[in-house]
Design a binder for this molecule. Sequence first.
Ligand code: 13P
Length: 249
Amino acid sequence: MKQPIFAANWKMNHAPADATAFMRAFLAHFGKRQDRGVIFFPPALSFGAVVGALKDRPDIQLGVQNIYWEDKGAFTGENSATIARASGAKYVLVGHSERRHVFGETEEETGKKVAAATRAGLTPIVCVGETLAQREAGETEMVVLRQLRAALSTVSSNDAGNAVIAYEPVWAIGTGKTATPADASTVHQAIGAELRRLLDSGSTAVPILYGGSVNRGNAADLLAAPEVDGLLVGGASLDAEGWASIVLT
Ligand code: 13P
């Protein structure tokens, strides 16, 4: 019986006061339970408000949406993995498609971020996914597995085995188009097989999440698909009641 992970990526939404109000509403719908993991990724400036709102709920985890790969220094505007960890984060998103496609993050940079996260004791959630053109050209697996190998190439197989992977097809993010559970499962199985090769192990404990236009209507079917261990949700995580109903799927 798998214990699914529900991760809310708020992206650039919810100022501190909105984040506090969200948490008040969400916690009213979501009591403590052991059978699922919940992680929030607020924007950096709202992180402290969410830490405060969750002070009595250690069952709910927090992560940051991005880090820089150096530990400290003259890097105006950036946050390090060390600062994130000291602020209460346990997770960090690395290689999200918006970082890759809006901000030009390269595969080499995702590797450096995974290394920095690991050094600081943060769990990286490595996001991989193909564009529509790559999918139509039959390159999905090649692209996704290349992104996966590049991101994990900087850490030992032991540390890679502590990562989380999120498969987020770029064409499904924020578009209302979702991969079918069967399509998602095919890619998840390919990721799982590559992880077993990389980690030189017959099985891995690395959870593989699906993301891309997940909503209340499709969450249960996606979660039921083989090798889908959880969901990484953007738009549908912004409303407290709606998100609670997804988490309680
Ligand atoms: P949407 O759920 O809004 O499609 O976003 C998915 C995503 O990018 C989560 O990281």
